[in-house]
Design a protein around this ligand. Structure first.
Ligand SMILES: [Zn+2]
Ligand SMILES: [Zn+2]
Length: 256
């Protein structure tokens, strides 16, 4: 399974792109500004987009993707998300005020966009056996995703979440995880802001990992706010977690 980190930043800046992960060329997890690094021909290969939640840094390039693909797709682009997330996108984004409602364009019989609740979604991408949601604890309805390849490799992405016993329980139910991509937005001195916005700091991330019955094989850190990158990296390195730790950069590609 090929995992490409098109964007993994918690903010913007030169070379910084927000969350978007491409799997086997055809599946996206989130549609942040990292999506804008793809060429038109690469965009045309996308079959499904799984969204973790409706915050702007995770969906901002979805409207532009649909605009690019308009009249070039033979079947609708599937956007899979929690029902609450789909409702927010319909009300606040694809509402004809911010952007057209692409579920009715060019007509309702063959639209360019199809929303699919994650509990009814199934992977249609070659090499991907299953995509299933994982509990997250954020300020809005949100989930992570577990992606299993045909070869049985398991990649999990937390989306935006805080350290919560129910989230730990959910990860403990998943069995072996080859690689976990986990957010860490703020340094420890901003724990109060992280708690308010339900994000992780190095301290709470370490608590999360140490609470798991079985740590993942590899831990990829994502969603660092650019202003705090060095501070977060130094604090997380000091935690000496019992995992293979990697700080992601936009453009990183891995084969699992
Ligand atoms: Zn968020
Ligand atoms: Zn975010």
């Amino acid at each position: 399974m090929k995992v490409e980190v098109l964007g993994c930043s918690g903010g913007m800046g030169a070379g910084e792109y927000t969350t978007c992960v491409r799997i086997n060329d055809q599946l996206l997890i989130d549609a942040g500004s990292g999506l804008g690094t793809l060429s038109q021909s690469e965009m045309l290969k996308i079959q499904q987009v799984y969204l973790t939640h409706a915050h702007l840094d995770h969906v901002c390039f979805l409207p532009l993707l649909l605009d690019n693909l308009f009249e070039q797709l033979h079947s609708p682009l599937q956007v899979c998300a929690l029902p609450e997330v789909i409702a927010v996108l319909k009300t606040h984004l694809f509402n004809w005020s911010i952007w057209p409602d692409f579920t009715t364009l060019p007509n309702t019989q063959s639209p360019v966009l199809e929303f699919v609740p994650v509990d009814r979604a199934y992977a249609v991408v070659a090499g991907v056996k299953q995509v299933s949601p994982i509990k997250a604890h954020h300020v809005v309805p949100a989930c992570g995703y577990r992606i299993e390849s045909d070869e049985g490799k398991v990649f999990c992405f937390s989306g935006d979440t805080s350290f919560d016993p129910q989230v730990v329980d959910a990860y403990d139910q998943l069995g072996s995880i080859d690689c976990l991509m986990l957010e860490c937005a703020f340094p420890d001195r901003l724990q109060h802001i992280a708690d308010q916005s339900r994000h992780l700091t190095p301290h709470s991330l370490a608590g999360f990992i140490r609470s798991l019955k079985k740590p993942p094989g590899a831990l990829w850190i994502t969603h660092l706010k650019p202003a705090f990158r060095d501070e977060i990296q130094a604090q997380l390195t000091q935690c000496k977690l019992p995992v293979d730790l990697k700080f992601l950069s936009s453009g990183d590609t891995f084969i699992l």
